[in-house]
Design a protein around this ligand. Structure first.
Ligand code: BG6
Length: 481
């Protein structure tokens, strides 16, 4: 072994997002959020994006896994697995119900105070995402979400309120979940709160590339301003970005495929990460803007914020890889946010995502060599159908296999390659609503939640076989997989 083994204070744990787990959408003074207006969908029928509640549709994020009422039990289960960290998000609309109030909602702050106290009682470190695919619905309706520059200041007020209030309780923050989702048309509503005239559902979103990239710029500026504000308000706080790593390989050694590969990494993985880690747009952004007729309004203040507000660490999600090619007839595969050409060497999950543990090792090395920042994996996992047996057991060897292979690859990146990694929080440690399809049936958890796609069920929690397996992994600091 060339390098040090996984460090003894490595942050093993799990991850969720408020809109996908909490429920209680109208409790404790919470305002409606954009996620509350997303209907249930499936792998083949897209989620509807409705301006208001539409009769006949189900809105799964409103009830989700009912963490709002089960958080004590859920955190106790995390404690039983030995979690060192729990990545969660705060719902902006619990703190500022419309996003425009000048004073925060005390009941919203209290809810998260209670959650953080409970985590502390179990020795679990919170890692808090400030915005995980949600914003107050009012801001979508009034400003078309991040398309408006005004939202930067509103977000900054929210971020400042949260960081000041939870000083001493929260040490790690992430600004925007998978901020690079905004480089894709899919990101319009979910990531940027943009609902252009004519948008109907996830697959039929009216995309205006100029509006979308300007909105993404506003988010990048808000992220940088949050880093600056966070350091000023709480010098102990560490603030990171969050990038959905969507790695691709060239399908063939045709040099044209290689150029496709390079362009793809830049456009989808590095465009935002370069800004957040290096403090300025990269040189290739200019030609991308020109080719796509994008004219960004970037003020001197924006440039200054981006320059000074670089992140303290790099966080990523990783699920699968795809290939790219100039061959228009290549077979296609789907994926997290972005599909691509099918890789003949890989198998796919039940939802068609290609499983690739070596791709994680490759990706971690790419990030390390590009930015030289501490890294944390804040999402990785397998969405699969689980069967609850009559005796309350759930046998999920497929999930154990997926996680085992990815953790092994992660360890190789650290122990053999020297990547500076300080944590791993598996995605969806408790079953929750799928972001892309709105299904409960696409389960990720170590803990099963008895609830179906229509939001019906007892919401009782059951341990899957993977629960004890992960407890062992943490107990042995990844030695026993
Ligand atoms: C990530 C998101 O893209 O992937 C999560 O940050 C999401 O919110 C996760 O749930 C898994 O995707 P899905 O579509 O299976 O829920």
């Amino acid at each position: 072994m060339l390098f040090m083994p996984i460090c003894k204070d490595f942050l093993w744990g799990g991850a969720t997002a408020a809109n996908q787990i909490e429920g209680g959408w109208q409790e404790g003074g919470k305002g409606p959020s954009e996620a509350d207006m997303l209907s249930a969908g499936t792998h083949t029928s897209p989620r509807q994006i409705t301006p208001d509640t539409e009769p006949g549709l189900t809105y799964p994020n409103r009830t989700a896994s009912d963490f709002y009422h089960h958080y004590k039990e859920d955190i106790a289960l995390m404690g039983e697995m030995g979690f060192k960290a729990y990545r969660m998000s705060i719902a902006w609309s619990r703190i500022f119900p419309t996003g425009e109030e000048t004073e925060p909602n005390p009941a919203g702050l209290q809810f998260y105070d209670d959650v953080f106290d409970e985590l502390k009682a179990h020795g679990i470190e919170p890692i808090v995402t400030l915005s995980h695919y949600e914003m107050p619905l009012h801001l979508v309706n009034k400003y078309n979400g991040w398309a408006s520059r005004e939202v930067i200041a509103l977000f900054e007020r929210y971020a400042r309120t949260v960081i000041a209030h939870f000083k001493g309780k929260v040490r790690y923050y992430l600004t925007f979940n998978e901020i690079n989702c905004g480089t894709l048309p899919l990101g319009n509503y979910m990531s940027l709160g943009i609902r252009n005239e004519g948008t109907r559902d996830f697959l039929h979103q009216v995309d205006d590339v100029q509006v979308r990239y300007q909105a993404l710029h506003h988010q990048l500026v808000a992220s940088a301003r949050t880093v600056l504000a966070g350091h000023e308000l709480d010098p102990e706080a560490k603030i990171g970005n969050m990038i959905a790593m969507m790695p691709v390989y060239p399908l063939t050694c045709n040099p044209k495929d290689m150029l496709e590969f390079q362009q793809n990494w830049r456009q989808f993985n590095w465009y935002c990460a370069d800004v957040q880690c290096r403090g300025a747009y990269p040189y290739y952004a200019q030609s991308f803007w020109e080719k796509n007729g994008i004219h960004l309004e970037i003020t001197d203040e924006d440039r200054e914020a981006l320059r000074r507000g670089t992140v303290d660490f790099f966080s990523l999600s990783y699920y699968q890889t795809n290939c790219v090619t100039v061959d228009p007839n290549a077979a296609q595969a789907s994926g997290n946010l972005l599909g691509g050409a099918k890789n003949p060497y890989l198998e796919s999950s039940q939802w068609g995502w290609q499983v690739d543990p070596d791709g994680l090792r490759y990706t971690l090395n790419e990030i390390e060599s590009r930015y030289d920042l501490p890294i944390i994996i804040v999402e990785n996992g397998l969405g699969a159908r689980d069967a609850l047996e009559a005796d309350g057991s759930i046998h999920d060897p497929y999930r154990i296999d997926y996680l085992q292979r990815h953790i092994r690859a992660m360890k190789q990146a650290v122990e053999e390659d020297g990547v500076d990694l300080f944590g791993y929080t598996m995605w969806g440690c408790i079953d929750l609503v799928s972001a892309s399809t709105g299904e409960m049936a696409k389960r990720y958890g170590f803990i099963y939640v008895d609830c179906d796609d229509q939001g019906h069920g007892s919401f009782k929690r059951y341990k899957k076989d993977s629960f004890d397996w992960y407890r062992k992994v943490i107990e042995t600091n990844g030695e026993e997989l």
